[in-house]
Design a protein around this ligand. Structure first.
Ligand code: HEM
Length: 480
C-alpha cells in the first residue's frame, strides 16, 4: 500500500481487476499463510478483511458489533437511515416493527405476483429469442425481479419488463453506480466538495426522481387505507409477532383482498410500542431500502444459478426431472417439494454470493484470527472467500448442490455459509428471496433448457455492491 492513498489506487480503476486482486489475494492468504484476516488500506483507513468463519462468527454473532461501516454512509442520501443503514435503538425498534411483514402468511400472498411476473418474463424472452443464438437472460431476469419488488414492496407496477426506459428504473441503476464510485474514491468522500461536483449534482437530480416516485406512491396508498383495514392489519401483525399463524376472517380478507397487501401497507399500519405510527419519512426510507436490497440481489442470484445450470447439463437434467411434476401457477405446496432446485440455489449462492462482502465497525476491542483488533476498526466480512475456503469446502470450486443435503451439512461451521449474512443483523428478506428465486427459475426451467457459453476461467467478475459478470453472460434458451 502507498502512504495516504493506501490500496485505493487499485479501487478507482477496473472493478473486475479489483475483485480479482482482492479475491485471489485473500485466497492465497488463507491457503498459504493460513491466516483468518488481512488488512487493506482504503485511503488512510485500515480495513480488516475477514476470510474465515471463526473470525466472522466473532463479529456477526455478537449483539455488540452491529453498527455498519463508514462505507454505508454513501447509501444514506438515498436510503436515509432505513433498516440496512441505521444503528442502535432505531435499528432495534425498526427491525421489531418490520419483521412481521416477512411472515410466511404475508409472503404467501406474494406468490401470485411472482407467478404473474414470471409469466410475463417468459413471454418477453420468447419474443427476443431466436433459435440457437445466445441472449442476455440476466437482463430479463433483472426486470422481472424489479417488477416483483415494486409490486410487493409498494403495491405499484412499473412494468419494467415492458418498459425499462422509465425515469425511475434508469435512476435506480445510475444511483447504484454513483454510490459504488464514491465508496471506491476517497477524493469523493467529503460531502461539501462532492455536492459541488458534476457527479454530486447528478446524484441530487437522481434523488429527486427516486424520492419523488416512492413518496407519491406512499401518499396515494395512505389515502386508501380505511379504518377497518388499519385495525385488521395491525391485529394480523400482532398475531404474527405472537406466533399465532391463524388469521381470522377479516384478516384473511385483507391479506387476500383484491388490492393486494404490500410491505408498504404493513408499514403504514405499524405502531411502535409507545403507540406511535411511522412518519412519511420513516416509511419512505424503508420502502427505498427494500427497493435497493430487494431486487438486484435476487436477480444476480437467479442469473448465476441459470449460468451454473447451463454449465452442468447433468445437474440441469435433475432439476428438469424434479420440475416435470409442476404445472401452471406454482403453489406453495409445490414449492416445498422442489428440494433439488433449492439445493441448486443454495450452491449457486455459495459459489456466487450476490452480496460478496459486507462491513461493520467494531464496537469494542476483540480477538480476530489470533490478533487483537481495537474498537473502532472497520471490518469487511468477505463472504465470497469464506464460501471458497479450501479448508472448509471440499473441492471448493466444484458446483455440487448435494453439499446442502442435510447429512452433508453435519459438522460444517455455522458461519461457513453466509450469503444472507448471519446473526441478529442478517438479511430480513431471506425467505422472500428464496421463494422468488424458486418461482422464477421454475417458470424458466420448465419451459427451457439453458446452455451457458462462457467458461468459468473466462468470467470477469465485478463485485461492487453486487457480484455479477462484467459482461452479459451468453446463454442460449432451448425450448423443451
Ligand atoms: C438473494 C437475495 C439476497 C441476498 C443474497 C441478500 C443478502 C443480504 C446480506 C448479506 C445482508 C447483510 C448486509 C449487511 O450487513 O450490510 C442483507 C441485509 C438486508 N437485506 Fe438482503 N439479501 C437478499 C434479498 C433481500 C430481499 C429480497 C430483501 C427485501 C425484500 C432484502 C432486504 C434486506 C434488508 C432490509 C437488510 C438489512 C437488514 C438489517 O440490517 O437489519 N434482502 N441482505
Amino acid at each position: 500500500a502507498y502512504p495516504i492513498i493506501g490500496h485505493s489506487y487499485l479501487l478507482g480503476g477496473d472493478p473486475a481487476k479489483f475483485f480479482e486482486f482482492i479475491s485471489t489475494g485473500a485466497k492465497a492468504m488463507v491457503t498459504e499463510l493460513k491466516e483468518q484476516i488481512a488488512v487493506i488500506w482504503l485511503g488512510p483507513v485500515p480495513v480488516i478483511v475477514v476470510c474465515h468463519p471463526a473470525a466472522a462468527e466473532v463479529i456477526l454473532r455478537s449483539s455488540k458489533h452491529m453498527e455498519k461501516s463508514y462505507l454505508y454512509e454513501f447509501l444514506k442520501p438515498w436510503l436515509g437511515t432505513g433498516l440496512l443503514t441505521s444503528g442502535g435503538e432505531k435499528w432495534k425498534q425498526r427491525r421489531r416493527l418490520i419483521t412481521p411483514s416477512f411472515h410466511f402468511n404475508i409472503l404467501q400472498d406474494f406468490l401470485e405476483v411472482m407467478n404473474e411476473q414470471s409469466a410475463t418474463m417468459i413471454r418477453t424472452l420468447e419474443g427476443k429469442r431466436t433459435a440457437g443464438s445466445a441472449i442476455n437472460v440476466g437482463k430479463a431476469i433483472t426486470m422481472c425481479a424489479l417488477d416483483i419488488i415494486c409490486e410487493t414492496a409498494m403495491g405499484q407496477t412499473v412494468n419494467a419488463q415492458e418498459n425499462d426506459d422509465s425515469d425511475y428504473v434508469k435512476s435506480l441503476y445510475r444511483i447504484s453506480e454513483l454510490i459504488q464510485l464514491r465508496q471506491k474514491t476517497p477524493t469523493l468522500w467529503w460531502d461539501a466538495a462532492f455536492s459541488r461536483m458534476k457527479v454530486g449534482k447528478e446524484q441530487e437530480s437522481l434523488l429527486r426522481t427516486l424520492h419523488g416516485f416512492t413518496r407519491d406512491v406512499i401518499i396515494e396508498r395512505a389515502k386508501t387505507k380505511d379504518s377497518k383495514s388499519v385495525e385488521t392489519t395491525r391485529q394480523a401483525a400482532f398475531n404474527i409477532t405472537n406466533g399465532s399463524d391463524k388469521l381470522n376472517k377479516n384478516q384473511r380478507d385483507l391479506f387476500q383482498n383484491p388490492k393486494r397487501l404490500a410491505f408498504l401497507d404493513v408499514l403504514l399500519h405499524a405502531e411502535t410500542e409507545d403507540g406511535k405510527t411511522l412518519s412519511l419519512n420513516d416509511i419512505q426510507e424503508e420502502v427505498d431500502t427494500f427497493m435497493f436490497e430487494g431486487h438486484d440481489t435476487t436477480a444476480a442470484a437467479m442469473t448465476w444459478a441459470i449460468y451454473a445450470l447451463g454449465r452442468h447439463p447433468e445437474i440441469q437434467q435433475k432439476v428438469h426431472e424434479e420440475l416435470d411434476s409442476v404445472f401452471g401457477a406454482i403453489t406453495n405446496a409445490q414449492l416445498q417439494k422442489l428440494s433439488y432446485l433449492e439445493r441448486v440455489i443454495k450452491e449457486s449462492l455459495r459459489m456466487f454470493p450476490s452480496v460478496p462482502m459486507f462491513a461493520r465497525v467494531l464496537s469494542e476491542d476483540c480477538k480476530l484470527g489470533g490478533y487483537s483488533v481495537p474498537k473502532g476498526t472497520q471490518a469487511i466480512i468477505f463472504g465470497y472467500t469464506i464460501h471458497h475456503h479450501p479448508g472448509i469446502w471440499e473441492d471448493e470450486e466444484r458446483f455440487e448442490p448435494d453439499r446442502f443435503l442435510a447429512e452433508n451439512c453435519v459438522g460444517r461451521h455455522p458461519y461457513a455459509y453466509i450469503p444472507f449474512s448471519a446473526g441478529p443483523r442478517n438479511c430480513i428478506g431471506q425467505k422472500f428471496a428464496m421463494m422468488e428465486e424458486k418461482v422464477v427459475l421454475c417458470h424458466l426451467l420448465r419451459r427451457y433448457s439453458v446452455i451457458s457459453h462462457d467458461k468459468e476461467e473466462d468470467l470477469l467478475i465485478n463485485a461492487d455492491l453486487i457480484l455479477r459478470s462484467s459482461t452479459p453472460l451468453n446463454i442460449t434458451l432451448k425450448p423443451r
